[in-house]
Design a protein around this ligand. Structure first.
Ligand code: FAD
Length: 387
């Protein structure tokens, strides 16, 4: 409502004068009518947050860190299956592309289920990323004595690079993955979502936030929003006056944001507290793995599975992230709205600006032109926020 342009047609009553004076008094600190309408425009309805939208202040001189991670991607989807080698069983749990954080508990539950019927004693888990840790924890809960063998400690894994939005995205290619895989994916998504919700509010670095999908075209919805809408709340396609973003198409959901550094540290600590052990070890050949003392072995090596198990389909999708210092006022996520992969996720300790997705690129070096593009795309959104 624009109160600034209203002129009473008739002489005002005493009551109307007092009411008007009261309003003017309350707004006395505002010098211009335009300011009043600006304030009113901030009242976009928000389903989760109780504060107005603020824009992250993005400038190049605020960049504190740029990192790269290689997503372990398979067009036909991730692998959860058991293979027998002489007297040993290897259960695979790898290849989760851009959605491994989201899928972790669910995919690992499927992996542990593969060991049903085997004698419960000692298990080896290879890999200390999110799949290795969640597999190990679920095995411990089922009574196994677990050792994690890993080349890199958790904080050097791809999982610690992951952005952390709960959205099982870029996990497989539709039309390439089988219908059976799609069912497995949906099952894992539901279990995982439930497990994360159980941990929300328990200091695992999980919280709910509004997420705004920005687009210049009316794109097809991603598979997970189409097929698993029940895992996202407050879903709505917003009209231009209902949001501050400078793009024609905006979809809103409320979803979980997982801070990998906090989450992984907590799960690692839970693993150690439950009697688990870590051993640093780099396996270069399947025979090395088969020489382990454990008879039940879980392969959670992510991209490492390509060489170890000759998985031709497994390929890296390089992702680059740029960080600026945190801003507690920013309480929503955005995805899209740029010229390439673009997102902004606020964390407690930093603001993350993404991203990129370069298939078959094994380089772990950040690229200056990608950083520049990420900054420019995010600046174009937030410098033009209608607030
Ligand atoms: C930029 C970026 C953004 C992302 N954003 C999201 C997101 O928002 N949401 C989401 O759900 N997912 C996201 N992901 C995807 C997610 O991070 C991955 O799918 C997930 O981390 C894969 O976990 P993992 O445990 O399988 O692999 P990794 O974390 O790579 O762990 C593999 C482990 O195996 C060990 N290993 C490998 N080879 C060997 C060997 N030969 N011998 C011994 N040990 C070995 C490694 O040392 C490591 O410990 C993102 C990824 C990237 C890169």
């Amino acid at each position: 409502m624009d109160i600034t342009n209203k002129t009473p047609k008739n002489n005002p009553t005493r009551r109307q004068v007092i009411k008007t004076l009261g309003t003017v008094g309350a707004l006395s600190s505002l010098s211009a009518c335009s300011k009043i309408s600006t304030i009113l425009n901030k009242n976009y309805e928000r389903p989760h947050s109780r504060t107005p939208f603020f824009a992250p202040r993005i400038t190049r001189d605020k960049i504190v860190r740029v990192i790269v991670g290689l997503r372990p991607y398979r067009p036909s989807g991730f692998v959860v299956k058991r293979e027998e080698y002489d007297k040993k069983n290897i259960v695979h749990n790898y290849g989760h592309g851009g959605g491994g954080i989201s899928l972790s508990w669910g995919s690992s539950a499927l992996a542990v289920h593969q060991a049903a019927g085997l004698p419960i004693n000692q298990a080896a888990v290879i890999g200390s990323g999110i799949m290795g840790l969640t597999t190990a924890r679920l095995l411990q809960d089922a009574g196994w004595d677990v050792t994690i063998y890993t080349r890199d400690i958790t904080r050097h894994s791809v999982s610690n690079v992951g952005a952390g939005q709960w959205a099982p995205t870029s996990v497989f290619e539709e039309g390439v993955a089988s219908k059976a895989f799609e069912e497995q994916y949906k099952y894992a998504s539901r279990i995982s979502h439930h497990a994360y919700q159980n941990l929300s509010g328990a200091n695992y670095g999980i919280r709910f936030l509004e997420n705004y999908y920005l687009s210049n075209n009316q794109n097809e919805e991603p598979y997970y929003l189409r097929e698993l809408p029940e895992l996202f709340s407050s879903i709505a396609n917003l009209k231009p006056h209902e949001h501050p973003f400078p793009v024609p198409f905006v979809k809103r959901t409320v979803t979980m944001m997982i801070e990998p550094a906090t989450f992984l540290r907590r799960v690692r600590d839970d693993f150690l507290l439950s009697g688990g052990h870590f051993k640093i070890r780099n396996f270069t050949h399947l025979d090395d793995i088969l020489s382990l003392k454990e008879h039940t072995i879980f392969n959670c090596t992510g991209l490492g599975s390509k060489a170890l198990f000759e998985d031709e389909e497994l390929t890296p999708v390089k992702g680059q992230l740029v960080f600026i210092p945190p801003d507690p006022a920013i309480d929503y996520l955005t995805v899209g709205g740029g010229t390439d992969v673009t997102y902004m996720f606020p964390r407690k300790g930093e603001i993350l600006l993404g991203g990129s997705g370069q298939k078959d690129d094994w380089s772990r070096n950040p690229e200056a032109e990608v950083t520049e593009r990420i900054i420019e795309d995010n600046k174009n959104i937030f410098d033009n926020l209608r607030i």
